[in-house]
Design a protein around this ligand. Structure first.
Ligand SMILES: Nc1ncnc2c1ncn2[C@@H]1O[C@H](COP(=O)(O)OP(=O)(O)OP(=O)(O)O)[C@@H](O)[C@H]1O
Length: 287
Protein backbone atom coordinates (compact mmCIF):
# COMPACT_ATOMS: atom_id res chain seq x y z
CA UNK A 1 0.00 0.00 0.00
CA UNK A 2 2.23 2.79 -1.26
CA UNK A 3 1.23 6.37 -1.67
CA UNK A 4 2.68 8.06 -4.74
CA UNK A 5 4.85 10.97 -3.73
CA UNK A 6 7.58 12.98 -5.37
CA UNK A 7 10.98 13.19 -3.68
CA UNK A 8 11.06 16.98 -3.60
CA UNK A 9 7.94 17.66 -1.69
CA UNK A 10 6.75 20.77 0.02
CA UNK A 11 3.93 21.28 2.39
CA UNK A 12 3.00 24.61 0.88
CA UNK A 13 -0.56 24.49 -0.38
CA UNK A 14 -1.44 21.23 1.27
CA UNK A 15 -3.73 21.80 4.14
CA UNK A 16 -2.89 21.18 7.73
CA UNK A 17 -5.06 19.90 10.57
CA UNK A 18 -7.14 23.04 10.04
CA UNK A 19 -7.39 22.52 6.28
CA UNK A 20 -6.45 25.43 4.10
CA UNK A 21 -8.88 27.24 1.86
CA UNK A 22 -8.24 24.73 -0.89
CA UNK A 23 -9.17 21.94 1.46
CA UNK A 24 -12.49 23.39 2.45
CA UNK A 25 -13.78 25.12 -0.66
CA UNK A 26 -14.94 22.06 -2.57
CA UNK A 27 -18.59 21.17 -2.78
CA UNK A 28 -21.63 22.85 -1.27
CA UNK A 29 -22.60 23.31 2.34
CA UNK A 30 -21.36 21.04 5.09
CA UNK A 31 -23.43 17.85 5.11
CA UNK A 32 -21.49 15.92 7.73
CA UNK A 33 -19.59 17.62 10.51
CA UNK A 34 -17.23 15.62 12.71
CA UNK A 35 -15.94 17.55 15.70
CA UNK A 36 -13.27 16.49 18.16
CA UNK A 37 -14.34 12.84 18.19
CA UNK A 38 -12.55 10.48 20.56
CA UNK A 39 -12.93 6.70 20.72
CA UNK A 40 -10.63 4.56 22.85
CA UNK A 41 -10.48 0.79 23.21
CA UNK A 42 -8.86 0.26 26.58
CA UNK A 43 -5.73 2.39 26.48
CA UNK A 44 -5.68 2.68 22.68
CA UNK A 45 -7.05 5.91 21.24
CA UNK A 46 -8.27 4.58 17.88
CA UNK A 47 -9.82 7.99 17.13
CA UNK A 48 -8.16 10.85 18.91
CA UNK A 49 -9.77 14.31 18.76
CA UNK A 50 -10.53 14.00 15.08
CA UNK A 51 -12.43 16.71 13.19
CA UNK A 52 -13.39 17.10 9.54
CA UNK A 53 -16.29 18.10 7.28
CA UNK A 54 -17.87 16.42 4.29
CA UNK A 55 -19.42 18.91 1.89
CA UNK A 56 -22.46 18.24 -0.23
CA UNK A 57 -21.69 17.06 -3.75
CA UNK A 58 -18.15 15.91 -3.05
CA UNK A 59 -16.55 12.50 -3.29
CA UNK A 60 -14.37 12.84 -0.22
CA UNK A 61 -11.57 10.33 0.29
CA UNK A 62 -10.54 9.15 3.75
CA UNK A 63 -7.13 7.54 3.62
CA UNK A 64 -4.33 6.69 6.03
CA UNK A 65 -2.05 3.86 7.05
CA UNK A 66 -3.42 0.63 8.55
CA UNK A 67 -4.74 1.25 12.04
CA UNK A 68 -5.13 5.02 11.51
CA UNK A 69 -8.71 4.88 12.80
CA UNK A 70 -10.68 5.18 9.55
CA UNK A 71 -13.12 2.31 10.06
CA UNK A 72 -13.54 3.25 13.72
CA UNK A 73 -14.50 6.72 12.50
CA UNK A 74 -17.07 5.21 10.09
CA UNK A 75 -18.47 3.14 12.95
CA UNK A 76 -18.81 6.26 15.09
CA UNK A 77 -20.55 8.19 12.31
CA UNK A 78 -23.01 5.41 11.48
CA UNK A 79 -23.92 4.53 15.07
CA UNK A 80 -22.24 1.12 15.26
CA UNK A 81 -20.20 2.44 18.16
CA UNK A 82 -20.63 5.54 20.31
CA UNK A 83 -17.84 8.09 20.63
CA UNK A 84 -16.40 8.69 24.09
CA UNK A 85 -16.61 12.41 23.36
CA UNK A 86 -17.06 14.79 20.48
CA UNK A 87 -19.97 15.56 18.18
CA UNK A 88 -21.20 14.31 14.83
CA UNK A 89 -23.76 16.40 12.97
CA UNK A 90 -25.56 15.38 9.81
CA UNK A 91 -27.47 18.10 7.95
CA UNK A 92 -27.04 20.23 11.05
CA UNK A 93 -28.65 17.65 13.37
CA UNK A 94 -26.66 16.12 16.19
CA UNK A 95 -26.61 12.37 15.45
CA UNK A 96 -23.96 11.43 18.03
CA UNK A 97 -24.93 8.21 19.75
CA UNK A 98 -28.04 7.51 17.66
CA UNK A 99 -28.70 3.89 16.67
CA UNK A 100 -27.59 2.68 13.22
CA UNK A 101 -31.19 2.30 12.04
CA UNK A 102 -32.02 5.88 13.08
CA UNK A 103 -29.00 7.20 11.20
CA UNK A 104 -29.78 5.01 8.17
CA UNK A 105 -33.36 6.29 8.12
CA UNK A 106 -32.11 9.86 7.96
CA UNK A 107 -30.44 9.21 4.59
CA UNK A 108 -26.90 8.30 5.64
CA UNK A 109 -25.94 4.83 4.41
CA UNK A 110 -22.78 2.79 4.51
CA UNK A 111 -21.15 -0.28 3.08
CA UNK A 112 -18.78 -2.57 4.93
CA UNK A 113 -15.21 -3.68 4.24
CA UNK A 114 -16.54 -7.23 4.05
CA UNK A 115 -19.84 -7.25 2.14
CA UNK A 116 -22.83 -8.30 4.25
CA UNK A 117 -25.07 -9.87 1.65
CA UNK A 118 -27.74 -12.45 2.55
CA UNK A 119 -26.00 -15.38 0.88
CA UNK A 120 -28.96 -17.73 0.60
CA UNK A 121 -31.29 -15.14 -0.88
CA UNK A 122 -31.27 -14.07 -4.53
CA UNK A 123 -29.57 -10.88 -5.64
CA UNK A 124 -32.96 -9.33 -6.39
CA UNK A 125 -34.31 -10.31 -2.97
CA UNK A 126 -31.25 -8.77 -1.33
CA UNK A 127 -32.17 -5.44 -2.87
CA UNK A 128 -35.88 -5.75 -2.16
CA UNK A 129 -35.15 -6.33 1.51
CA UNK A 130 -33.61 -2.93 1.97
CA UNK A 131 -36.34 -0.27 2.15
CA UNK A 132 -37.66 0.06 5.65
CA UNK A 133 -41.04 0.51 7.25
CA UNK A 134 -42.92 -1.19 4.42
CA UNK A 135 -46.58 -1.76 5.02
CA UNK A 136 -46.27 -5.48 4.22
CA UNK A 137 -44.00 -6.10 7.19
CA UNK A 138 -46.93 -5.83 9.54
CA UNK A 139 -49.71 -8.48 9.53
CA UNK A 140 -52.32 -5.84 10.38
CA UNK A 141 -51.34 -3.80 7.34
CA UNK A 142 -51.20 -6.90 5.16
CA UNK A 143 -54.88 -7.62 6.00
CA UNK A 144 -56.31 -4.13 5.88
CA UNK A 145 -54.13 -2.40 3.31
CA UNK A 146 -53.53 -5.30 0.93
CA UNK A 147 -53.71 -3.26 -2.28
CA UNK A 148 -51.36 -0.64 -0.96
CA UNK A 149 -48.93 -3.31 0.27
CA UNK A 150 -48.93 -4.93 -3.16
CA UNK A 151 -48.37 -1.57 -4.86
CA UNK A 152 -45.47 -0.82 -2.55
CA UNK A 153 -43.94 -4.22 -3.24
CA UNK A 154 -44.27 -3.67 -6.98
CA UNK A 155 -42.60 -0.27 -6.68
CA UNK A 156 -39.90 -1.87 -4.61
CA UNK A 157 -39.33 -4.58 -7.21
CA UNK A 158 -39.25 -2.02 -10.04
CA UNK A 159 -36.70 0.01 -8.14
CA UNK A 160 -34.58 -3.10 -7.45
CA UNK A 161 -34.68 -4.04 -11.14
CA UNK A 162 -33.70 -0.50 -12.09
CA UNK A 163 -30.73 -0.61 -9.68
CA UNK A 164 -29.68 -4.03 -11.03
CA UNK A 165 -29.86 -2.76 -14.61
CA UNK A 166 -27.90 0.30 -13.74
CA UNK A 167 -25.18 -1.74 -12.00
CA UNK A 168 -25.21 -4.28 -14.87
CA UNK A 169 -26.14 -7.11 -12.52
CA UNK A 170 -29.42 -8.04 -14.18
CA UNK A 171 -27.97 -11.32 -15.50
CA UNK A 172 -27.35 -12.54 -11.92
CA UNK A 173 -30.61 -11.31 -10.39
CA UNK A 174 -31.85 -14.84 -9.52
CA UNK A 175 -28.44 -16.08 -8.39
CA UNK A 176 -27.82 -16.64 -4.67
CA UNK A 177 -25.95 -13.54 -3.49
CA UNK A 178 -23.46 -15.85 -1.76
CA UNK A 179 -22.38 -17.14 -5.19
CA UNK A 180 -21.37 -13.73 -6.55
CA UNK A 181 -17.72 -12.80 -7.08
CA UNK A 182 -16.07 -10.41 -4.62
CA UNK A 183 -16.46 -7.51 -7.05
CA UNK A 184 -20.12 -8.28 -7.76
CA UNK A 185 -20.77 -8.36 -4.00
CA UNK A 186 -19.27 -4.86 -3.74
CA UNK A 187 -21.59 -3.69 -6.53
CA UNK A 188 -24.51 -5.30 -4.70
CA UNK A 189 -23.49 -3.44 -1.52
CA UNK A 190 -23.57 -0.19 -3.47
CA UNK A 191 -26.94 -1.24 -4.92
CA UNK A 192 -28.35 -1.82 -1.44
CA UNK A 193 -27.46 1.74 -0.44
CA UNK A 194 -29.12 3.06 -3.63
CA UNK A 195 -32.42 1.38 -2.75
CA UNK A 196 -32.91 3.91 0.04
CA UNK A 197 -32.42 7.08 -2.02
CA UNK A 198 -29.46 8.14 0.11
CA UNK A 199 -28.00 11.60 0.39
CA UNK A 200 -24.65 10.57 1.83
CA UNK A 201 -23.00 7.18 1.28
CA UNK A 202 -20.00 5.96 3.26
CA UNK A 203 -18.02 3.32 1.38
CA UNK A 204 -15.50 1.21 3.31
CA UNK A 205 -12.78 0.01 0.94
CA UNK A 206 -14.96 -0.45 -2.16
CA UNK A 207 -11.99 -1.50 -4.30
CA UNK A 208 -10.68 -4.27 -2.03
CA UNK A 209 -10.85 -7.64 -3.75
CA UNK A 210 -12.37 -6.21 -6.92
CA UNK A 211 -10.88 -7.07 -10.32
CA UNK A 212 -9.82 -4.34 -12.74
CA UNK A 213 -12.90 -4.51 -14.96
CA UNK A 214 -15.38 -4.36 -12.11
CA UNK A 215 -13.31 -1.66 -10.43
CA UNK A 216 -13.68 0.54 -13.52
CA UNK A 217 -17.44 0.00 -13.39
CA UNK A 218 -17.61 0.68 -9.68
CA UNK A 219 -15.60 3.89 -10.12
CA UNK A 220 -17.73 5.15 -13.00
CA UNK A 221 -20.89 4.25 -11.07
CA UNK A 222 -19.76 6.35 -8.13
CA UNK A 223 -18.87 9.25 -10.45
CA UNK A 224 -22.23 9.02 -12.17
CA UNK A 225 -24.18 8.85 -8.91
CA UNK A 226 -22.32 11.86 -7.62
CA UNK A 227 -22.74 13.90 -10.79
CA UNK A 228 -26.22 12.92 -11.93
CA UNK A 229 -27.99 11.93 -8.71
CA UNK A 230 -26.30 14.41 -6.40
CA UNK A 231 -25.22 11.73 -3.94
CA UNK A 232 -22.33 12.73 -1.67
CA UNK A 233 -19.69 10.08 -0.92
CA UNK A 234 -17.14 9.58 1.81
CA UNK A 235 -14.91 6.66 1.02
CA UNK A 236 -12.13 4.82 2.78
CA UNK A 237 -9.73 3.35 0.28
CA UNK A 238 -6.20 1.99 0.07
CA UNK A 239 -6.18 1.90 -3.75
CA UNK A 240 -4.40 5.18 -4.41
CA UNK A 241 -5.20 5.19 -8.13
CA UNK A 242 -8.87 5.11 -7.29
CA UNK A 243 -8.56 7.76 -4.57
CA UNK A 244 -6.47 10.13 -6.65
CA UNK A 245 -8.70 9.89 -9.72
CA UNK A 246 -12.05 9.96 -7.93
CA UNK A 247 -11.77 11.96 -4.71
CA UNK A 248 -11.51 15.64 -3.98
CA UNK A 249 -10.85 16.53 -1.26
CA UNK A 250 -8.76 13.79 0.29
CA UNK A 251 -8.51 13.61 4.09
CA UNK A 252 -5.56 11.77 5.58
CA UNK A 253 -5.88 10.21 9.03
CA UNK A 254 -2.92 9.10 11.08
CA UNK A 255 -2.92 7.83 14.66
CA UNK A 256 -6.59 8.67 15.10
CA UNK A 257 -6.38 12.26 13.91
CA UNK A 258 -6.78 14.20 10.73
CA UNK A 259 -3.25 14.81 9.52
CA UNK A 260 -3.88 16.62 6.24
CA UNK A 261 -6.72 17.61 3.93
CA UNK A 262 -6.36 18.80 0.38
CA UNK A 263 -6.64 18.04 -3.30
CA UNK A 264 -5.17 14.75 -4.55
CA UNK A 265 -2.07 16.62 -5.75
CA UNK A 266 -1.62 18.44 -2.47
CA UNK A 267 -1.92 15.24 -0.50
CA UNK A 268 0.33 13.30 -2.85
CA UNK A 269 3.06 15.92 -2.43
CA UNK A 270 2.78 16.34 1.29
CA UNK A 271 5.83 15.31 3.29
CA UNK A 272 3.96 14.48 6.50
CA UNK A 273 1.67 12.12 4.57
CA UNK A 274 4.67 10.30 3.15
CA UNK A 275 6.18 10.04 6.62
CA UNK A 276 2.93 8.70 8.12
CA UNK A 277 2.82 5.94 5.49
CA UNK A 278 6.51 5.13 5.75
CA UNK A 279 6.31 5.14 9.55
CA UNK A 280 3.58 2.53 9.35
CA UNK A 281 5.63 0.42 6.97
CA UNK A 282 8.74 0.68 9.15
CA UNK A 283 6.72 -0.26 12.20
CA UNK A 284 5.30 -3.27 10.34
CA UNK A 285 8.79 -4.28 9.20
CA UNK A 286 10.17 -4.02 12.72
CA UNK A 287 7.24 -5.87 14.25
N1 LIG B 1 -13.32 -3.21 18.68
C1 LIG B 1 -12.03 -2.92 18.86
N2 LIG B 1 -11.40 -3.31 19.99
C2 LIG B 1 -10.09 -3.02 20.20
N3 LIG B 1 -9.32 -2.34 19.31
C3 LIG B 1 -9.89 -1.95 18.16
C4 LIG B 1 -11.26 -2.22 17.87
N4 LIG B 1 -11.56 -1.70 16.67
C5 LIG B 1 -10.42 -1.14 16.21
N5 LIG B 1 -9.43 -1.29 17.10
C6 LIG B 1 -8.07 -0.79 16.98
O1 LIG B 1 -8.15 0.61 16.69
C7 LIG B 1 -7.15 1.00 15.77
C8 LIG B 1 -7.79 1.63 14.57
O2 LIG B 1 -8.44 0.59 13.85
P1 LIG B 1 -9.28 0.90 12.52
O3 LIG B 1 -9.81 -0.41 12.03
O4 LIG B 1 -10.24 1.98 12.77
O5 LIG B 1 -8.13 1.44 11.55
P2 LIG B 1 -8.19 1.64 9.98
O6 LIG B 1 -7.56 2.95 9.69
O7 LIG B 1 -9.56 1.43 9.47
O8 LIG B 1 -7.24 0.47 9.50
P3 LIG B 1 -7.26 -0.42 8.17
O9 LIG B 1 -6.90 0.50 7.04
O10 LIG B 1 -6.20 -1.44 8.42
O11 LIG B 1 -8.63 -1.01 8.02
C9 LIG B 1 -6.35 -0.26 15.45
O12 LIG B 1 -5.21 -0.29 16.27
C10 LIG B 1 -7.30 -1.38 15.80
O13 LIG B 1 -6.60 -2.55 16.18
Amino acid sequence: MAIQTTPTTSETAAASQDAGPSGTARGGEVLLEVRDVVKAFGGLHAVDHCSFDVRRGTITGLIGPNGAGKTTMFNNITGFITPDSGTIRYRGQDITGLRPDQIFASGLCRTFQIPREHGTMSVLENLMLVPMRQKGENIWNAWFHGAEVRRQEEQNRDKALEVLGYLELTHVRDEYAGNLSGGQKKLLELGRTLMTGPELVLLDEPAAGVNRTLLKRLTSNIEYLSRERGITFLLIEHDMNMVMSLCDPVIVMSEGRKLVEGSPDEVRNNQSVLEAYLGGQYAAAEG
